[in-house]
Design a protein around this ligand. Structure first.
Ligand code: SAM
Length: 229
C-alpha cells in the first residue's frame, strides 16, 4: 500500500549554492576541520568538554568567513565561541584563520542553526548570541525565509543564560524595524537601548566583507541589543 503522507520540507534561511572551493579553502577544510569542527549530531553538546574548560559561551550565527568572530575571540580570550555557518567556502577561510592565529577558543558547526538550537545547545548555556547581517531576503515573497522570526526568538530565550544578551545587526531597514517590533512585543526581552531605540554600533564589530559591500550600496546599519528580562 502506498503511503500518501506528505512530508513538508522546512523553509531554510539559506540556499546551498557553493560554486568551487579555492585551494586554500579546501586546505582549511581538509587539514583543520578535524581540529576545530564539531560534527552535527542530534544530541546535546557538552560545551565544557569541547572547549576543554569552563567559560562564557558566545553563539555566533551565520558567521560567513568569521572575520568578526575571530576579532572578538582575539580580544576576549576568556570567552568560548561557537561559530555556526552552512557554507563551506567561508568555513574553509575561517579554519585557516583560526589555525594561523593559533586560537583555541573557537569551534565551528556546519549546520542549520535552527536544528542546532533545537537539539544541541543546552538550556540557559549561552552568554551572548550574535547575528550579524542575517541574509536579508529583500523580496516580500521571500520574507518567510528570513532567519529572525518569533520561533527563533523563542528558542533563543530558552538557550540564553540569565542576563544573557542577543545582539543583531542588519543593513535592511524593514528587517531592522521588524526585529525591533518583535523584541518590543516580547514580554521576555528588554531592549537594552530603551524601548523603540536602536543601539549604537559597537566599536569591536569589525567591518566584514559583507558589510563593506553593503556600504558601497549606501546601506545604513542598524544594531539591536536585547537582554533577557
Ligand atoms: C549575509 S551573510 C553575513 C555573514 C557575516 N555574519 C558577516 O557579518 O559578514 C549571512 C550568513 O548566514 C549564513 N546562514 C544563513 N542561514 C543560516 C542558518 N540557518 N544556519 C547557519 N548559517 C546560516 C549564510 O550562509 C551566510 O553566510
Amino acid at each position: 500500500m502506498k503511503n500518501n503522507t506528505v512530508v513538508k520540507k522546512p523553509i531554510r534561511s539559506y540556499v546551498k549554492r557553493e560554486g568551487r572551493l579555492t585551494k586554500s579553502q579546501l586546505r582549511g577544510l581538509d587539514n583543520y576541520w578535524i581540529k576545530y569542527g564539531i560534527e552535527y549530531d542530534s544530541k546535546i553538546i557538552n560545551l565544557e568538554k569541547i572547549f576543554k574548560r569552563h567559560g562564557p559561551i558566545i553563539l555566533d550565527i551565520g558567521v560567513g568567513s568569521g572575520e568578526s568572530t575571530v576579532n572578538h575571540a582575539i580580544s576576549h580570550p576568556e570567552n568560548n565561541y561557537l561559530a555556526v555557518e552552512v557554507h563551506r567556502p567561508g568555513i574553509g577561510r575561517l579554519l585557516n584563520k583560526i589555525e594561523e592565529d593559533r586560537l583555541t577558543n573557537i569551534k565551528i558547526i556546519k549546520y542549520d542553526v535552527i536544528d542546532i538550537l533545537q537539539e544541541q545547545i543546552p538550556d540557559r548555556s549561552l552568554t551572548q548570541i550574535f547575528i550579524f547581517f542575517p541574509d536579508p531576503w529583500p523580496k516580500k515573497r521571500h520574507h518567510k525565509r528570513r532567519l529572525i522570526n518569533k520561533e527563533l526568538v523563542k528558542l533563543i530565550k530558552m538557550r540564553l543564560a540569565m542576563y544573557g544578551r542577543l545582539h543583531i545587526a542588519t543593513d535592511w531597514e524593514d528587517y531592522a524595524n521588524y526585529i525591533r517590533e518583535l523584541g518590543n512585543s516580547d514580554p521576555g526581552l528588554i531592549n537594552l537601548a530603551g524601548k523603540n531605540n536602536f543601539s549604537p554600533r559597537p566599536s569591536w564589530r569589525i567591518e566584514t566583507r559583507y558589510e563593506c559591500r553593503s556600504k558601497k550600496l549606501d546601506h545604513k546599519v542598524w544594531d539591536i541589543c536585547y537582554g533577557l528580562k
